[in-house]
Design a protein around this ligand. Structure first.
Ligand code: SF4
Ligand code: SF4
Length: 439
């Protein structure tokens, strides 16, 4: 049987060789720590502290604003300098808690203690994940306790650990699988405690043979867990394409993965579940790849949330040449940054710094109807026609063409010989359709 995969997709330059063999380094922050109250999908958290308050490592400083929300936890001890608007990764000003790090890392009582997960009830596990502030660390930021609470848990058949890491340049999940594979397996076992009828699948692209080998060895005596080898192809790690590759089931925009009997979480998120449940440690750090040809020493870091991006770049030796583009995340799905004076948040998976040679900025020309965009679209859409609707801002036509099924993967833009900014146009149209529906 061939390797698991999906229809469509592309093979961009991977760029992973820059950082894939760099072991994770722990980065010690130097400056003030900044905690945005909204680092997740859903209602923002509300500040529980005010200027002058003393805080400890592991202390809750932001209270979730509803069920679909997440608390914010301090990763340092020190004094609250301000609760004010600061610039965040997407370039906007947002409510943040600013903490002067005293450098002593004094912890709240009980932090880091071992806990036997097998003695916990399902509700206790979900409550721990919720209190730990865990959200999808792959970039989506969806609160994990919500994902782990489907309406009919008995209908979940697959708990999938997303180890595809298909986004070019990114190597943080790979390093976690190489260095801490036991945590991934232990986190998955905790998740399987919640779903009696599910099997666990660790899905990894076949450009990571060492990680596949390690994981297979670790789970060989685990009857409920298997490793699924995926064909290397972008966007293999997208939630829908991954579910299709592993189970053959299709998910569309009106469904949740749970409707197809699946729960999907990325490698770092599964480790965060392990840390919260088994080590009494809430989400306070994440793995960040700092990479791209503009960076002196591409590396993978374990970074405390709230650390300034500039400090992370300095820890990787700074820029060896002026970057043409700095992206939070990878080049396909990441977000272009306009300033580095922003904090690392729960969804900051990477900082990709590209040179002029790597950023092909060419003026778009007329569509030559080559059909390549159609052949690569993993959602079976017709980007060429959707673009026509987008240019006329024709929301109805865009919907008729199933434009709302677009997962904004970037494959069509990448392949287009006319350099059409297809994905960007679809992103804007999807927002416009949603806004008009709200009205
Ligand atoms: S890939 Fe570009 S040029 Fe080719 S059909 Fe699609 S939009 Fe037109
Ligand atoms: S960005 Fe949207 S339209 Fe383009 S290939 Fe991806 S899913 Fe298809």
């Amino acid at each position: 049987m061939g390797l698991a995969t999906f229809k469509g997709g592309i093979h961009p330059y991977e760029g992973k060789e820059l950082s894939e063999n760099q072991p994770i380094e722990v980065l010690v922050p130097k400056g003030e720590m900044v905690y945005p109250l909204s680092q997740h999908i859903g209602a923002p958290a509300t500040a529980l502290v005010k200027k002058g308050d003393q805080v400890l490592v592991g202390q809750r400083i932001g209270e979730p604003g509803g069920f679909v929300s997440a608390p914010v936890i301090s990763a340092v001890s020190g004094t609250v300098k301000a609760v004010e608007k600061r610039r965040v990764v997407n370039g906007t000003m947002a409510d943040c808690i600013v903490i002067e790090n005293d450098g002593s890392y004094t912890k709240v009582e009980g932090l880091g203690e071992d806990r036997d997960a097998t003695k916990l009830s399902k509700k206790e596990i979900i409550d721990i994940v919720k209190d730990a502030g865990i959200v999808g660390l792959g970039g989506a930021g969806f609160p994990t306790h919500v994902k782990l609470s489907p309406k009919e848990p008995e209908k979940i058949e697959y708990v999938i650990v997303n180890g595809a890491e298909c986004e070019p340049y990114l190597t943080s999940d790979y390093r976690v699988m190489m260095e801490e594979p036991e945590k991934v397996v232990a986190g998955l076992k905790v998740m399987l405690q919640l779903f009696d009828n599910a099997k666990g699948v660790i899905a990894i692209e076949n450009n990571k043979p060492e990680a596949i080998k390690k994981m297979k060895e670790l789970v060989k005596d685990e009857p409920r867990i298997e490793v699924c080898e995926l064909l290397t192809k972008y966007p293999q790690g997208g939630e829908r394409t991954l579910i299709y590759a592993v189970t053959g089931r299709k998910v569309n925009s009106s469904m949740l993965p749970a409707d197809a009997g699946c729960i999907v979480d990325n490698v770092d998120t599964v480790c965060a579940i392990y840390m919260a449940v088994c080590k009494t440690t809430p989400l306070m750090r994440r793995i960040v790849t700092v990479t791209g040809d503009a960076i002196a020493n591409p590396k993978n870091f374990s970074v405390l949330l709230g650390t300034n991006y500039q400090e992370v770049i300095e820890a990787a030796g700074g820029f060896k040449q002026d970057p043409e583009k700095v992206i939070s995340g990878g080049p396909m799905m990441g977000m272009a940054m306009f300033t580095l004076d922003v904090p690392v948040a729960k969804t900051s998976s990477a900082i990709t710094c590209l040179t002029k040679d790597q950023v092909a900025e060419m003026e778009p020309t007329a569509c030559i109807r080559c059909g390549r965009c159609v052949s690569v679209c993993p959602e079976n859409l017709v980007p060429q026609k959707m673009m026509k609707a987008a240019m006329k801002h024709d929301l109805e036509q865009f919907k008729k063409l199933n434009g709302m099924e677009c997962v904004e993967c970037g494959c069509c833009s990448w392949i287009c010989p006319a350099r059409k900014q297809l994905t960007q146009a679809f992103k804007e149209m999807r927002v416009a359709v949603r806004n008009s529906a709200r009205k």
